[in-house]
Design a protein around this ligand. Sequence first.
Ligand SMILES: [Fe+2]
Ligand SMILES: [Fe+2]
Length: 317
Amino acid sequence: MGFLPIRVSTLKSDIQLGFDVYIQLPHKVLLYARGSDDIEAHRIKYLKGKKVRKLFIQESAESSYQAYIDRCLSEAINDESTSLEEKSSLVIGAGEATAERIYEDPHSKKSYDAAQNTATNLINVLGQSDELLRGIFDHKIDEESKSNDALMQRHSVNTSSLCISFAEYLKLDKSLVEFLGVAGLFHDIAYSQYDEQKKALFFKPMKEMEAAELTEYKEHPKVGSVILQDKDFASKEVIDLVLSHEEKKNGNGFPNKLTQLTPAQEVMSICAFYDREVTCLGKTRAEVLDDFNMNQLGNYELDIMKKFKAFVKKAGL
Ligand SMILES: [Fe+2]
Ligand SMILES: [Fe+2]
């Protein structure tokens, strides 16, 4: 019998599990909670206090686990006694678990399906709570689990959430919002293909890169889109957004130096840029907005930039 890890951060108390949950001890795996039960709040608190981050389920229970995550999110969002912090933590936990899976196994249909499911969930919960986006951005990564991989997972979830909310704000077509949600999770998937040295480029400002590093870094949208391009389950809109996420309308972007971007491509580019500055390069949100005024003029349609700033202000970012 095979086991799959699940994150403790995706569990919510008082929701019936629907699958058995196991805990890994040094020499064995033990049944921790039965599928017919829920997990009480104090047990979740205890696990978090003991720094247990992962529990296990049987491989065959995977779809029940997905359905459970959906239930937890919709319960939490509508529950007034759940704090914004708890809501954000659940959404991020579920999103990061999907991002981790995408980075570990970028070629599989299962990862793509998980991204689609997560994007649908994000669209749902962000649409129901005006303050959730700010909650997501305010949610700090705890110091001891801070690694480059963890930052990239967070960057995927943030970019996806930002794309969804900004696209909704611009009233883009529903199908575009979905493509943007999935592409936000996948956009830097090339990261999964690189060695440590190349991975480090994702945390380095472009103006500090050596020429050879810059050439290497500018390949990443192409490398990412190639992963998806021969998959019949991947939609071509998502593949295109992965390929064009670093394009700017003045032709300064890469890899194709496009000079015309569709509204969806602009949303993708602006949101991926904003969150790279915040999550990967460690700038404050205010610094990034200042930079928009100073250095990003010409990179995007003026109208989109104005709307992005108004959107960020409204969202409290
Ligand atoms: Fe990128
Ligand atoms: Fe990115």
